[in-house]
Design a protein around this ligand. Sequence first.
Ligand code: PLP
Length: 415
Amino acid sequence: MNIDKIGTAKWAALRKDLERRKQSDFDWENGKVALYNYKVDEGLDLAIREAYQIYFGENALGRRAFPSIAQLEDEVIDFGLDLFNCPDGGAGIFTSGGTESIIIAVKAARAWARANKPDVKNPMIVAPETAHPSFNKAAYLLDMTVVRVPMRDDFRAAVDAMRSALTPDTVMVVGSAPSYSHGVFDDIEGLADLAQQYELWCHVDACLGGFLAPFARKLGYEIPPFDFAVPGVTSLSADLHKYGYAPKGASLSLYRTEEFKDCAKFTFNEWPRGVYTTYTLSGTRPGGAVAGAWAALRYLGDDGYVAAAKTVMETRDALVAGIEAIPALRVHRPYDLGVFIFGSTDDQVDINAVMECMRERGWFVGSTAKPIAIHYSVNPIHAQSVDAYLSDLESSVDEVRRTNRKAAFDDDTYS
Ligand SMILES: Cc1ncc(COP(=O)(O)O)c(C=O)c1O
């Protein structure tokens, strides 16, 4: 046996092992997972896999060694700046995901405050309680404080209460467009106005819906103003690896001006190797993630994103109608985009027990803790499984009611 053959045989065995291990996972490709995965169709899947592979070995840190990656990255950033109505002079950073996009925006806000608000001793972020946990992760890493203000009854940020929470140490206000837990947009105009009045940095977390909202708007869905078109918005995060349908490891952290982006820069010039500068938390970055994101944007283009948005919104509406046709279930309102939640109106039907029954039927179902509800984050792949989901949901509700089953666990764990 030559080396090639040994190598091939080795890989064949390993591949088998991976495929066997994967069988214990929920079947997302057939729509059985209500979060985590975003897929349009096989054509796009092939394109982004191949694009990733073409740049499999390249390191996006090496902008001079791999100018083609730098160019792809710049084109992706320009697409984002344009999509989110950034005026001329805006700038952006390609990151590994929403969490990193948010952490570096918080880091930038802190650096900006250090330069512009010298009296601030303990820099503080004021956020609605619905803001993603990554703001707290950022604050933890950067030695800052987050004050989380209770949401309104409609799950949106309580802007007036956030105003009351401001202190002389506040440097940043944030809002979601939309939030992950409830899928609603905060009043970004109100928050940006607050930021302008008190000279604060305003970050919009559009990680979840950034690459869906503008296209849903084109279809006639009412999407509130949320991007750089709103005066006072300083930075915005939007994940390519969610509704941008890019391979995982791709997000944008965007800034109204180059100067704001520069606040995210890390430079170290006391290293024997020379000056080291990055805008991201990581040094080495996968070239494949950049090429995959670029391929998704170019493959789909505006028309492809509008078509995907149509599928998402129509699938959402079909799910909502089907869920509300099941006695005992109620979809919470409002919901603004691809995420909605539903709970039980019947004391005999414990919604967490319904969730357990669904998992036993092969569906990985998300949940929210406040209110206790089942969470659905719709993507195009779910269009194929609407009927099967609703049928298993109905039988799960029946089983819970018949057996008076209570949940064995209180699952509000995200991961
Ligand atoms: C609104 C929002 N912000 C931030 C994030 C964090 O993104 P990531 O998991 O890519 O780090 C998410 C993830 O779901 C999100 O929904």
